[in-house]
Write a protein that binds this ligand. Structure first.
Ligand SMILES: C[S@@+](CC[C@H](N)C(=O)[O-])C[C@H]1O[C@@H](n2cnc3c(N)ncnc32)[C@H](O)[C@@H]1O
Length: 211
């Protein structure tokens, strides 16, 4: 379980990728540098064996998780998106040229050399989580559509699949729909939120709080 403040965790597990290198790979819609620092620090601190990533997009957060698992020397990642690794897909509105057609896809970023620790799954997040065995993960990173309905449907599944000493992180919890999702699922008072300078916001739910 996590010890110390988030600052301590970040200080003792600094993200080893430079901002410049990170930015060179990042595309709009992916997590930002400070989100990456937090995600990396959590995984380094917790040393989870079974990691579930929900919402991989082009694989930016997947790469952060891979780096942390490699540096931990143990762990496996299951990475899900509704789009398959080789699929070209549209993200956002067509008029938004910054995040229009994404030519690169996550199979380019999550290379074959990482398939020993990453399993890529294609499917709907809620439907997929329903198929997972009880207590099968000790770390979950949730970054899908941030819809109220998705968040509220995922919490009961997390309650089942997350180990009691596990942690689930939710990206962009400052979006109103995410807050409503937490409220619908009755976990508002259990979520610890971190606002990230120049990044976004992350919410943490502990497995022990969901038991
Ligand atoms: C914000 S992006 C994820 C960014 C990614 N974490 C990164 O750092 O690059 C959201 C992703 O969630 C996926 N997604 C949205 N709704 C989904 C659903 N119901 N089931 C599975 N994936 C979904 C989208 O296809 C998209 O790739």
């Amino acid at each position: 379980m996590l010890n110390g403040t988030i600052q301590d965790i970040l200080r003792s597990n600094p993200y080893p990728v430079s901002k410049k290198d990170f930015k060179a790979r990042r595309v709009g819609g992916s997590i930002m540098y400070h989100d990456a620092e937090i995600l990396y620090a959590f995984v380094r601190s917790l040393v989870p064996l079974d990691i579930l990533e929900l919402g991989a997009f082009v694989g930016i957060s997947t790469n952060v998780l891979i780096q942390a698992v490699r540096d931990n020397g143990q762990g496996r990642i299951v990475s899900l998106d509704k789009f398959g690794p080789g699929e070209r897909f549209k993200f956002g509105s067509e008029s938004n040229t910054a995040i229009g057609w994404v030519g690169r896809h996550r199979s380019e970023l999550v290379s074959d050399s990482n398939l020993d620790i990453v399993t890529m799954v294609t499917g709907d997040v809620v439907e997929y989580c329903k198929t997972l065995p009880d207590h099968s993960f000790d770390f979950i990173f949730e970054d899908t559509d941030h819809a109220r309905r998705t968040v509220s449907a995922l919490i009961p599944e997390f309650r089942r699949i997350l180990r009691p000493d596990g942690i689930a992180l939710f990206h962009n919890i400052d979006l109103r729909a995410v807050g409503y999702g937490f409220r619908d699922a009755g976990v508002t008072d259990k979520v610890t939120g971190f606002r990230i300078p120049y990044g976004s916001s992350i919410g943490m739910l502990k497995g022990s709080d969901l038991c």
